[in-house]
Design a protein around this ligand. Structure first.
Ligand SMILES: Cc1cc2nc3c(=O)[nH]c(=O)nc-3n(C[C@H](O)[C@H](O)[C@H](O)COP(=O)(O)OP(=O)(O)OC[C@H]3O[C@@H](n4cnc5c(N)ncnc54)[C@H](O)[C@@H]3O)c2cc1C
Length: 232
């Protein structure tokens, strides 16, 4: 888009927002370029294990035509590697059981990752002898709105409100954090506010700002036309 915006933890505006306002604006052009240049993609193929020979990884075992909704697949297939195997299966934010092994409190939180963000490959790597580091490090997004169960309009609003307004603890009516601190600092501060909840009344932090047309960055103008909800 036409403007570089400022997000939390940044000393200056340095965030580009693609026209689609999502990571697809970056990933889709990369995907198209790779396809054009001969990289083969196999969708609906779930890697279930690494193939090993003499202590070396020689390929992968996959479920073909895998349906992640019901966990069914047509058949298994072994794929050998001529060179090496690079695993890039991303995070496991939806794998509550695995999260519990290092950060039990985080396993209670909603997650905005896609449903397939699970730890089966990490477990296969552990089984093959890999030693990962810092499995307890997670990125928490301090901006989501609980009624949206993910990254909805509230998160766009919150980014703007953190920069132009304030966040308060509803119990005290006072600010409880630097709204422009890094994500971890803000998420920890918000979890502290949440920990003041009582049964049947969750103490969600409030974030708000004044509405002054003309000051909103142009990249947020589409969101500005949406009715602003109570971000909890
Ligand atoms: C809601 C949200 C908003 C974000 N916004 C931003 C942002 O604005 N800017 C930014 O820089 N980052 C952002 N991120 C973070 C960014 O998306 C991730 O850091 C990045 O996508 C990680 O890339 P990756 O390739 O490691 O993993 P992923 O993108 O998770 O890719 C892993 C792939 O492996 C596949 N896979 C997993 N297990 C298997 C298996 N067993 N067999 C076969 N395939 C498998 C998955 O289906 C997936 O396609 C955001 C993340 C989320 C969830």
């Amino acid at each position: 888009m036409d403007k570089v915006i400022r997000l939390g933890g940044h000393s200056a505006p340095r965030t580009m927002v693609p026209k689609a306002a999502s990571g697809g604006g970056i990933v889709v052009p990369i995907h198209n370029w790779l396809k054009k240049n001969g990289v083969q993609f196999r969708n609906r193929s779930q890697v279930i294990d690494l193939l090993m020979q003499d202590g070396k990884v020689t390929g992968v075992l996959i479920n073909c035509d895998y349906n992640w909704k019901d966990g069914t697949s047509k058949k298994e297939q072994r794929i050998g590697s001529r060179g090496g195997v690079v695993v890039a299966t991303g995070g496991w934010g939806q794998d509550k059981d695995f999260i519990k092994t290092t950060m039990p409190v985080y396993s209670l939180l909603e997650c905005t990752s896609q449903p397939g963000a699970t730890a089966e490959m990490l477990k296969a790597l552990l089984k093959s002898g890999c030693l990962p580091s810092m499995l307890d490090m997670y990125q928490l997004g301090p901006w989501a709105s609980p009624d949206e169960k993910g990254a909805g309009p509230g998160s766009f609003f919150a980014d703007y409100a953190f920069a132009e307004g304030m966040a308060v603890n509803p119990k005290t009516g006072r600010r409880f954090m630097n709204e422009l601190a890094d994500r971890r600092t803000r998420a920890d501060a918000e979890l502290n506010v949440l920990s003041e909840s009582i049964p049947d009344k969750i103490n969600y932090p409030d974030v708000f700002c004044g509405e002054k047309r003309g000051r909103l960055p142009s990249c947020l103008s589409r969101q500005n036309r949406l009715p602003l909800r109570n971000t909890g």
